[in-house]
Write a protein that binds this ligand. Structure first.
Ligand code: ATP
Ligand code: MG
Length: 493
């Protein structure tokens, strides 16, 4: 679908500032459409140096949120001969509002339309067409009030005063017509408030019958409204009352030849939304706290293991206890990261960094080894991150512990272990390569003898439904050991 910007470029030679004005009109015109319960189109005259045809093109189309649309088709970019849209042509050329009727596909009766010239920099640059659906009975008091505001905004469009240069007055998250409207006159005195707006005022403690008095007299300081009155610009404000009440006000000045003759304020009660946010935030904080405590507990366990390792007489037991300590710490690393940013996903690269530091610590006891990390896995689901982190810690530790055993601690051999991380389709892949002695001739991954690789196998295959391969790299290709772990990022228990 073409954008207004593209269509304007294709069919006209309108200058950028004008296109920008029309764009801003479309950013705010849901307001017009809702106030008038009408479909809206923006036309502009086709300017084609190669053709003298008198044509108009549809640059924008808007449907009301509070009525069903009259136009099922997408009319964007549709060109119409001037003869087929005489009211548009008249409004464009005369620069005044033209009211009439048109026939529309699918309707027996004529449809009432308004054609409002869109002015920018003193020039008519387009025509805003309002196609009004059949009213359901006589217009209610509120509908009449909406329509009268709509008419004032139409005059502003024809005057070049709407859309506002400062900001758009409609958009995601902003209050809409249906949320509630307060209308004040040029002195700030209340003319009317819709039932929803009245409820919102009640929540802010304004109970008195309000018509004819200013909000300030009623004890409510609404800065947005006052700014709009004073400076003739739209203004947004959230008024809070304690923890429970939050009301968003969006004030839009109504201008008559530059003078503020009133302010329409859209009012939205967002108390429930804010409370929900607060609950979610509290829940996040709780989850963070739990991770923090789990991490602290794991660190305590690892300290106990370290103490016990120091006390034991047997070398074998000491090594075993040190290993256990390291394993506990590598799990703690994941909780540490989660305690900072809880959620379904976790930035795995942060975990990798901590794991590498952990293993490098262990390595100092054996041989100087450098661990180089290439690539990254980005964010991963938390239930994948923990087992994967533990598996990587085991494999890196193995490389550091076993690959360079024939070299003494002071021998000048540079042990290098690389960890290459990447995403391959739906899989996360980790490749660990060292330039050490390689695996023994009788090595097989599938005979569970030692604890470390048994853990890795269990985590990767059973828990993560992934695969693992371990091979010695031939001497002519640099030697050492190559391990590849592949785990799907989506399918888990
Ligand atoms: N990168 C490597 N280079 C050389 N040999 C390796 C490498 N990785 C593993 N091995 C060999 O595989 C064996 C099994 O490793 P595994 O991690 O299961 O046990 P471990 O490291 O000996 O003891 P632990 O249970 O404490 O991890 C190691 O003892 C080692 O001989
Ligand atoms: Mg090991």
């Amino acid at each position: 679908m073409a954008t207004l910007f593209e269509l304007a470029g294709l069919h006209t030679t309108l200058p950028e500032a004008t296109v920008d004005h029309l764009l801003r009109l479309t950013a705010s015109w849901s307001l017009l459409s809702d106030l008038s319960f009408s479909d809206m189109l923006i036309f502009t005259k086709v300017i084609d140096p190669k053709s003298s045809a008198d044509e108009y093109v549809v640059l924008g189309q808007m449907r009301p949120n509070n009525r069903s649309t009259l136009i099922g088709d997408d009319l964007l970019g549709r060109k119409r001969a001037a003869g087929d849209v005489p009211l548009v042509k008249l409004a464009f050329e005369s620069g005044t509002r033209v009211v009439g009727e048109v026939s529309l596909d699918g309707f027996d009766d004529q449809i009432p339309v308004w054609c409002i010239p869109v002015r920018h920099g003193g020039q008519v640059v387009g025509v805003l067409q309002r196609l009004q659906g059949p009213l359901r009975g006589p217009a209610s008091l509120y509908e009449q009030a909406y329509l009268s505001i709509f008419e004032r905004l139409c005059d502003m469009v024809a005057d070049g005063a709407f859309p506002f240069r400062e900001e758009d007055v409609a958009g995601a998250g902003m209050p809409r017509i249906g949320d509630g409207i307060i209308l004040v006159d040029g002195e700030g005195r209340l003319e009317f408030a819709t039932p929803n707006a009245t409820n919102a005022l009640h929540r802010l403690g304004v109970y008195a019958s309000v018509e004819g008095r200013t909000l300030r007299e009623l004890g409510l300081k609404a800065k947005a409204l006052e700014r709009s009155l004073e400076h003739a610009i739209p203004a947004l404000e959230e008024i809070d009352r304690g923890h429970d009440i939050a009301i968003v006000l969006h004030s839009i000045p109504l201008l008559d030849h530059g003078t503020v003759t009133g302010v329409m304020t859209l009012v939205r009660d967002v108390s429930d939304l804010r409370q929900l946010n607060r609950v979610v935030l509290n829940k996040e904080a709780a989850v963070r706290e739990v991770h923090h405590r789990v991490k602290n507990n794991l660190q305590t366990i690892s300290s106990l293991l370290r103490l016990q390792a120091r006390r034991t007489e047997s070398d074998e037991t000491r090594v075993a206890l040190h290993e256990a300590e390291r394993r506990v710490r590598s799990i703690a690393v994941v909780h540490e990261v989660l305690s900072r940013e809880p959620g379904e996903e976790v930035v795995f690269d942060e975990i990798v960094r901590s794991i590498v530091l952990l293993v490098e610590d262990t390595a100092l006891a054996f041989h100087p080894v450098e661990i180089v990390v290439n690539g990254e896995l980005g964010t991963l689901p938390t239930d994948l991150a923990t087992p994967l982190a533990v598996a990587l810690a085991e494999l890196l530790t193995n490389a550091v512990e076993h690959a360079f055993t024939e070299f003494g601690p002071n021998e000048d051999v540079s042990g290098i272990v690389t960890l290459h991380l990447f995403i391959d389709g739906a899989n996360a892949v980790a490749e660990i390569r060292d330039n050490g002695r390689g695996l023994g001739a009788d090595f097989t991954l599938d005979v569970p003898t030692s604890l470390g690789l048994s853990i890795v196998r269990d985590l990767v295959r059973a828990q993560l439904h992934g695969s693992i391969e371990m091979t010695s790299v031939p001497q002519d290709q640099g030697g050492g050991t190559f391990v590849r772990v592949t785990v799907p990022t989506t399918e888990r228990d």
